[in-house]
Design a protein. Sequence first.
Length: 139
Amino acid sequence: MTEPLTMRLSLVTLVVDDYDRAIDFYCRRLGFHLAEDTALSESKRWVVVKPQPDATMGLLLAQADGEDQKAAIGNQTGGRVGFFLDVSDFPAAHNRMRAAGVLFEEEPRHEPYGTVAVFRDLYGNRWDLIGPARTGNPG
C-alpha cells in the first residue's frame, strides 16, 4: 500500500530592494524572526524570515535582480491584500506594530472571521493583520 502524498507550502517569495533593509522591517517592525541568512554568491543571499522561530511557513526575501523584478517590488499582488498575518492577541500586536512605525490603512474592524486591519509593508504590499473572532454574546 502506498503512503498518501503529503504537501505543505513552506515559503513565499517576496521581492525586495535590499536584503538588510527588508530584514530590518520584517524583524524589527513586524516582529518576525530571521530563520536563515546564507550567502549564495557575491550579490545573492538566501534570506528567510518567519513570524515565529518554529513556524512551518516563511517569507523568502529575494533582492530584485534586473528592471523587471525591481518593477514588481511593492505590487506583487496587483494592489490586493496578498498576505495574511494571524495573531493570537490583536490589540497587543496592533499596538506594538503601530509603535514600531507600521502604517495601517484603517482602524481595526470586526468581521465574522475576526478583528482585522490592513497595513502596508515597507514596499507598499498590503497585508491583513487578523485576530481571533469574538466569542460570547454580542454587546
